[in-house]
Design a protein around this ligand. Structure first.
Ligand code: PXP
Length: 243
Protein backbone atom coordinates (compact mmCIF):
# COMPACT_ATOMS: atom_id res chain seq x y z
CA UNK A 1 0.00 0.00 0.00
CA UNK A 2 1.25 3.48 -0.90
CA UNK A 3 2.06 5.64 2.09
CA UNK A 4 0.16 8.90 2.47
CA UNK A 5 2.59 11.67 3.37
CA UNK A 6 2.18 14.08 6.27
CA UNK A 7 3.33 17.66 5.83
CA UNK A 8 3.60 19.52 9.13
CA UNK A 9 2.85 23.24 8.94
CA UNK A 10 4.75 25.12 11.66
CA UNK A 11 3.54 28.68 10.95
CA UNK A 12 1.90 28.99 14.33
CA UNK A 13 5.10 28.27 16.22
CA UNK A 14 6.25 31.55 14.67
CA UNK A 15 2.89 33.15 15.59
CA UNK A 16 3.58 32.43 19.28
CA UNK A 17 7.15 33.69 18.98
CA UNK A 18 6.10 36.92 17.28
CA UNK A 19 3.34 37.59 19.82
CA UNK A 20 6.01 38.62 22.33
CA UNK A 21 8.78 39.70 19.97
CA UNK A 22 11.11 37.10 21.51
CA UNK A 23 13.28 34.55 19.73
CA UNK A 24 11.36 31.55 21.11
CA UNK A 25 9.68 29.20 20.38
CA UNK A 26 12.01 28.66 17.42
CA UNK A 27 10.32 27.43 14.20
CA UNK A 28 13.58 25.72 13.20
CA UNK A 29 13.50 23.66 16.38
CA UNK A 30 9.88 22.73 15.62
CA UNK A 31 10.83 21.78 12.05
CA UNK A 32 13.67 19.53 13.22
CA UNK A 33 11.54 17.93 15.92
CA UNK A 34 8.77 17.30 13.38
CA UNK A 35 11.32 15.70 11.06
CA UNK A 36 12.52 13.45 13.91
CA UNK A 37 8.92 12.58 14.82
CA UNK A 38 8.00 11.26 11.36
CA UNK A 39 6.88 14.27 9.31
CA UNK A 40 7.43 13.72 5.59
CA UNK A 41 7.80 17.42 4.83
CA UNK A 42 7.66 20.78 6.57
CA UNK A 43 5.29 23.46 5.34
CA UNK A 44 5.77 27.17 5.97
CA UNK A 45 3.77 30.08 4.58
CA UNK A 46 5.80 33.22 3.95
CA UNK A 47 3.00 35.77 3.98
CA UNK A 48 3.43 39.13 2.33
CA UNK A 49 2.95 40.82 5.73
CA UNK A 50 5.37 38.33 7.42
CA UNK A 51 2.92 37.92 10.28
CA UNK A 52 4.34 34.53 11.26
CA UNK A 53 7.18 33.00 9.20
CA UNK A 54 9.92 35.52 8.40
CA UNK A 55 12.56 35.49 5.68
CA UNK A 56 15.31 34.25 8.04
CA UNK A 57 13.08 31.33 9.13
CA UNK A 58 12.87 30.26 5.51
CA UNK A 59 16.65 30.48 5.14
CA UNK A 60 17.56 28.57 8.32
CA UNK A 61 14.89 25.91 7.89
CA UNK A 62 15.90 25.28 4.28
CA UNK A 63 19.55 25.05 5.31
CA UNK A 64 19.05 22.58 8.17
CA UNK A 65 16.19 20.35 7.07
CA UNK A 66 16.79 16.99 5.44
CA UNK A 67 13.16 16.23 4.54
CA UNK A 68 11.53 18.36 1.80
CA UNK A 69 10.49 21.94 2.52
CA UNK A 70 7.10 23.01 1.16
CA UNK A 71 6.88 26.79 0.82
CA UNK A 72 3.42 28.35 0.57
CA UNK A 73 3.40 31.66 -1.29
CA UNK A 74 0.99 34.07 -2.92
CA UNK A 75 1.05 34.42 -6.72
CA UNK A 76 3.23 37.55 -6.84
CA UNK A 77 6.53 38.46 -8.47
CA UNK A 78 8.16 39.10 -5.08
CA UNK A 79 7.27 35.62 -3.83
CA UNK A 80 8.32 33.94 -7.07
CA UNK A 81 11.75 35.58 -6.77
CA UNK A 82 12.06 34.49 -3.13
CA UNK A 83 11.19 30.91 -4.09
CA UNK A 84 13.75 30.81 -6.88
CA UNK A 85 16.42 32.23 -4.61
CA UNK A 86 15.76 29.86 -1.71
CA UNK A 87 14.89 26.76 -3.74
CA UNK A 88 12.40 24.94 -1.50
CA UNK A 89 11.65 21.41 -2.71
CA UNK A 90 7.96 22.20 -3.14
CA UNK A 91 5.90 25.34 -3.62
CA UNK A 92 2.20 25.56 -2.94
CA UNK A 93 0.65 28.67 -4.45
CA UNK A 94 -2.08 30.07 -2.22
CA UNK A 95 -4.36 33.11 -2.31
CA UNK A 96 -3.70 35.86 0.18
CA UNK A 97 -5.77 38.66 1.63
CA UNK A 98 -4.19 41.05 4.09
CA UNK A 99 -7.09 41.08 6.54
CA UNK A 100 -7.90 37.37 6.63
CA UNK A 101 -7.08 35.40 9.78
CA UNK A 102 -6.07 32.39 7.72
CA UNK A 103 -6.18 31.27 4.06
CA UNK A 104 -9.94 31.43 3.70
CA UNK A 105 -10.44 29.84 0.29
CA UNK A 106 -8.79 28.49 -2.81
CA UNK A 107 -7.05 30.43 -5.60
CA UNK A 108 -9.00 32.46 -8.13
CA UNK A 109 -7.59 30.60 -11.13
CA UNK A 110 -9.56 32.55 -13.72
CA UNK A 111 -8.29 35.93 -12.55
CA UNK A 112 -4.67 34.81 -12.29
CA UNK A 113 -4.41 32.44 -15.26
CA UNK A 114 -1.63 34.16 -17.21
CA UNK A 115 0.52 34.93 -14.19
CA UNK A 116 0.03 31.46 -12.70
CA UNK A 117 0.94 29.69 -15.92
CA UNK A 118 4.21 31.56 -16.10
CA UNK A 119 4.91 31.17 -12.38
CA UNK A 120 4.33 27.41 -12.54
CA UNK A 121 6.59 27.07 -15.56
CA UNK A 122 9.41 29.10 -13.93
CA UNK A 123 9.18 27.08 -10.69
CA UNK A 124 9.21 23.78 -12.58
CA UNK A 125 12.24 24.89 -14.59
CA UNK A 126 13.92 25.41 -11.22
CA UNK A 127 13.04 21.82 -10.30
CA UNK A 128 10.48 22.83 -7.70
CA UNK A 129 7.33 20.69 -7.41
CA UNK A 130 4.28 22.92 -7.78
CA UNK A 131 0.91 22.64 -6.14
CA UNK A 132 -2.14 24.91 -6.41
CA UNK A 133 -4.37 25.42 -3.37
CA UNK A 134 -7.90 25.26 -4.79
CA UNK A 135 -11.50 24.88 -3.74
CA UNK A 136 -12.91 21.40 -4.46
CA UNK A 137 -14.44 22.40 -7.81
CA UNK A 138 -14.11 20.23 -10.91
CA UNK A 139 -13.54 23.29 -13.10
CA UNK A 140 -10.56 24.32 -10.92
CA UNK A 141 -9.13 20.80 -11.07
CA UNK A 142 -9.20 20.94 -14.86
CA UNK A 143 -7.74 24.45 -14.95
CA UNK A 144 -4.91 23.34 -12.61
CA UNK A 145 -4.08 20.59 -15.07
CA UNK A 146 -4.19 22.99 -18.03
CA UNK A 147 -1.93 25.45 -16.20
CA UNK A 148 0.70 22.72 -15.87
CA UNK A 149 0.66 22.19 -12.10
CA UNK A 150 2.13 18.96 -10.69
CA UNK A 151 -0.32 18.75 -7.82
CA UNK A 152 -3.46 20.27 -6.37
CA UNK A 153 -4.15 20.84 -2.71
CA UNK A 154 -7.87 20.76 -2.05
CA UNK A 155 -9.05 23.26 0.57
CA UNK A 156 -10.76 21.23 3.27
CA UNK A 157 -12.09 24.26 5.19
CA UNK A 158 -15.76 23.82 4.23
CA UNK A 159 -15.65 20.13 5.02
CA UNK A 160 -13.98 20.71 8.40
CA UNK A 161 -16.38 23.51 9.34
CA UNK A 162 -19.47 21.45 8.69
CA UNK A 163 -17.85 18.40 10.30
CA UNK A 164 -17.02 20.33 13.49
CA UNK A 165 -20.51 21.83 13.64
CA UNK A 166 -22.07 18.42 12.91
CA UNK A 167 -24.02 19.73 9.89
CA UNK A 168 -24.57 16.29 8.43
CA UNK A 169 -25.94 17.23 4.99
CA UNK A 170 -23.08 19.69 4.42
CA UNK A 171 -20.52 17.14 5.62
CA UNK A 172 -21.86 14.70 3.05
CA UNK A 173 -21.88 17.17 0.15
CA UNK A 174 -18.43 18.61 0.87
CA UNK A 175 -17.02 15.11 1.31
CA UNK A 176 -18.49 14.10 -2.07
CA UNK A 177 -16.97 17.15 -3.75
CA UNK A 178 -13.52 16.34 -2.33
CA UNK A 179 -13.85 12.70 -3.39
CA UNK A 180 -14.96 13.58 -6.90
CA UNK A 181 -12.19 16.17 -7.35
CA UNK A 182 -9.58 13.69 -6.08
CA UNK A 183 -10.75 11.13 -8.63
CA UNK A 184 -10.83 13.52 -11.58
CA UNK A 185 -7.45 15.04 -10.62
CA UNK A 186 -5.87 11.58 -10.46
CA UNK A 187 -7.22 10.83 -13.94
CA UNK A 188 -5.53 14.02 -15.13
CA UNK A 189 -2.28 12.77 -13.61
CA UNK A 190 -2.28 15.38 -10.84
CA UNK A 191 -1.09 14.47 -7.36
CA UNK A 192 -3.78 15.23 -4.77
CA UNK A 193 -3.16 16.87 -1.38
CA UNK A 194 -5.58 17.96 1.32
CA UNK A 195 -5.29 20.71 3.89
CA UNK A 196 -6.86 23.33 6.10
CA UNK A 197 -8.61 23.06 9.44
CA UNK A 198 -7.98 19.33 9.92
CA UNK A 199 -8.18 17.72 13.36
CA UNK A 200 -7.74 14.09 14.41
CA UNK A 201 -11.45 13.45 13.83
CA UNK A 202 -11.88 15.23 10.50
CA UNK A 203 -8.60 13.76 9.18
CA UNK A 204 -9.83 10.30 10.20
CA UNK A 205 -13.07 10.81 8.26
CA UNK A 206 -11.44 12.30 5.19
CA UNK A 207 -8.67 9.72 5.02
CA UNK A 208 -11.25 7.29 3.59
CA UNK A 209 -10.97 9.13 0.27
CA UNK A 210 -8.80 7.29 -2.23
CA UNK A 211 -5.86 8.76 -4.16
CA UNK A 212 -4.72 11.27 -1.55
CA UNK A 213 -0.93 11.55 -1.54
CA UNK A 214 -0.39 14.19 1.12
CA UNK A 215 -2.04 15.93 4.05
CA UNK A 216 -0.80 19.34 5.22
CA UNK A 217 -1.77 20.05 8.80
CA UNK A 218 -0.71 22.94 11.01
CA UNK A 219 -2.90 24.74 13.52
CA UNK A 220 -4.24 21.62 15.24
CA UNK A 221 -0.77 20.05 15.47
CA UNK A 222 0.71 23.14 17.11
CA UNK A 223 -2.31 23.45 19.46
CA UNK A 224 -2.38 19.78 20.47
CA UNK A 225 1.40 19.80 20.97
CA UNK A 226 0.94 22.18 23.90
CA UNK A 227 -0.64 19.30 25.79
CA UNK A 228 1.02 16.14 24.50
CA UNK A 229 4.05 17.35 22.54
CA UNK A 230 4.83 17.37 18.82
CA UNK A 231 6.14 13.82 18.73
CA UNK A 232 2.92 12.26 20.08
CA UNK A 233 0.69 14.47 17.91
CA UNK A 234 2.58 13.78 14.70
CA UNK A 235 2.75 10.04 15.35
CA UNK A 236 -1.01 9.96 15.95
CA UNK A 237 -1.70 11.81 12.68
CA UNK A 238 0.63 9.46 10.83
CA UNK A 239 -1.47 6.51 12.01
CA UNK A 240 -4.75 8.25 11.18
CA UNK A 241 -3.87 9.12 7.58
CA UNK A 242 -2.37 5.70 6.84
CA UNK A 243 -5.01 3.49 8.37
N1 PXP B 1 -2.53 23.88 3.40
C1 PXP B 1 -2.50 25.16 2.98
C2 PXP B 1 -2.30 25.43 1.54
C3 PXP B 1 -2.60 26.22 3.91
O1 PXP B 1 -2.56 27.49 3.48
C4 PXP B 1 -2.72 25.91 5.28
C5 PXP B 1 -2.79 27.00 6.29
O2 PXP B 1 -3.88 27.80 6.06
C6 PXP B 1 -2.75 24.56 5.66
C7 PXP B 1 -2.65 23.56 4.70
C8 PXP B 1 -2.84 24.15 7.09
O3 PXP B 1 -4.06 24.53 7.65
P1 PXP B 1 -4.25 24.38 9.21
O4 PXP B 1 -3.25 25.26 9.87
O5 PXP B 1 -5.65 24.83 9.42
O6 PXP B 1 -4.04 22.93 9.56
Amino acid sequence: MKKTRLGVNIDHVATVRNARGENYPDPLRAALLSEKSGADSITIHLREDRRHIRDYDLKTIKKNLTIPLNLEIAPTKEMLNIAIKNKPNFVCIVPEKRKEITTEGGLNLKKNKKFLKNMISVLKKNKIRVSLFIEPLLSDVETSFLLGSDCIELHTGSFCNSFNKKKEHLVKSSYCKLKQCAKVATNFGLEVHLGHGLTYKSAHEISKIENISEFNIGHFIVAESLFVGMKTTIKKFRKIINR
